[in-house]
Ligand binder design. Sequence first.
Ligand code: NAD
Length: 675
Amino acid sequence: MLFDGDFFQVIPRDQGIIDLVFNTKNNKVNILSLAALNELGQAVKTIEAHAGLAGLLISSEKDAFILGADITEFIGLFSSPEAQLKEQLHRVHGIFNSIEDLPVPTVTAIQGEALGGGCELALTTDYRVMATNATIGLPEVNLGIIPGLGGSIRLPRLIGTENALEWMAKGKPQQADVALKVGAADAVVEEQDLRDSALDLLARCIKGEFVYNDRKNLKKGPLRLRPIEAAMAFETARGMIFKAAGPHYPAPMALVDTLEKACFLGRDEAIQVEMETFIKLSKTDVSTSLIGLFLNSQSLKKITAQATKSARPIKQATVLGAGIMGGGIAYQSACKGTPVTLKDIDEKALKLGMSEAAKQLNKRVERGHMQPLEMAEIIGSIKPTLNMADISTADIVIEAVVENPKVKMGVLAEVEKVVGDEAIITSNTSTISIDKLASSLKKPKRFCGMHFFNPVPVMPLVEVIRGEKTSEDTVNTVVACAANMGKSPVVVNDCPGFFVNRILFPYLLGFNLLVRDGADFRQVDQVMEQFGWPMGPAYLQDVIGIDTCHHAIEVMEQGYPDRMKFDGESILDQLYQAERFGQKNGKGFYYYEQDKKGRPAKVYNEDVEPLVKAVQAKPGEFDKNDVIARLMVPMCLETVRCLEEGIIASAAEADMALVMGIGFPQFRGGALRYI
Ligand code: NAD
């Protein structure tokens, strides 16, 4: 062995071939940390100095090639002075260029993922052989940056501008067969043949069967495009990419600019262009937020994994209530492999719940995402019933009947009589105190809230609400159950609104006050949509349901009378009394008509104005920043309160819950990051 480090080994093989193996000693995966990159520099120097070098193979001993750079180092690195960051990048480019400049053929063997910096390292070699299970890609835009180690320069030269922009602007990893088709990979083989195939390719290059220098020249030269072709390609890409990325995510458009500026430059100058853009983006709030969000999602995964360790297995679930939520929860459970009994008191509701599930599954079959047999199995694993005795074998019961405390408490008490002693009982209530519901049970320690969001198959968050008497075993098992259902659980403590609604409603109350003080709700919607929300507050309340919001606000007013009580009548009261319940009955703040695809499209109608006038002394103009502050400040303060009161355990979980539960703009990172 010529070099044996903590990350890399350099091993001489037959016929002058050197094996550069990435095999991190203290980790199950390979990540290009600063320490690993330093060591790579030493390893490459060893290779350059090796007499008789005839070829280089880069490979990994792990299940995956390289997962990417070490994102935990990004925030510190990016906040360092520009000159320091530039120097670091120069150093790594020097190492990568040295690999590319070796006077011998070079091949990377890729199994599992080759992402970000891992993909960029693979792009330095002349050829890439991929295992059928491998994926390759440059997902940097998801962190608000562009590839920083030459990826935005080498990839377009290898696979063409259009393909490279498609890969990089979407940031989606690509399968081996796709990589082969466009030329990012040169061969795709079964994993067990990967090494031999890569070595065979090297041997053939050494014999002169392939002109590897052509590859080096292709990657190091300008893009092989005529100026007119380049101009057209970039102009078309610009329109499409802006439409997809929107105004708040600058990285995809910066990619187009970088590729265009670097188009007719050789490698070293082109890299300077990439570096400038990379550094500029690395210093934006957007990248800080997106990196923060990524790290938060990692810590949430760790918290969930920890809870799951001591969870009990859930082999059979029961959902009570086959309505909008219950139907969705049963469908989700069945899709993820846990059989479920769906119990209602109304046969029509059961039929509707089952036909909704069948409709969703049919769509997946039609789109080719599911085989008919699988669909039949999933439908077969949902057992509809009107009979309470049928739920006796449940390991977990998820109650999703009407939002009425008396009904729910009656149902829960009845459930406890039927299920086994160890069964866990949960409620999907959105407004009723978990402690109050627990009082209907003999063993409240087995009970907690399990709050799904609508529509269940789409929304990733589940709030797991711990009551005063809930046991840790119950919390852990419900967390594991939600995770098994493909959801991201966040554990919170019981309080009015729990966590997510407690944060959302101060924002909506801020909106009510703004309208009272003269704001035009359409202007408020527009300002908040420009701020980054998927929909403005008036539109959002129409979608949630004016009646649902009205009820939730009553709960919040009672829970926090010092700061959430609205004096007099609000615009929400007006709409509620006029039975304008929003999308569900076709009119609320707006009217809803079906568009060509059968989806509700909002239309303004001035017949809402008398309702506005009834609560508004006189219309007024509001500065955009005032509108934002009057909605966001109450929301952010309430988030701080929840953290201080221990309703939620960490800032990471708080921000994640808001992004996943109410669509808090990701580029702002969550309410606490925004503050
Ligand atoms: P829904 O009115 O659509 O469905 C309720 C179902 O419960 C009906 O099918 C009804 O027949 C059934 N039901 C009533 N009494 C029952 C009983 N004793 N046993 C079994 N079934 C019974 O209501 P939904 O919108 O699905 O809401 C259900 C729960 O989920 C409520 O607690 C609600 O607050 C909560 N929730 C709703 C949403 C939402 O957006 N709809 C979001 C989160 C949470």
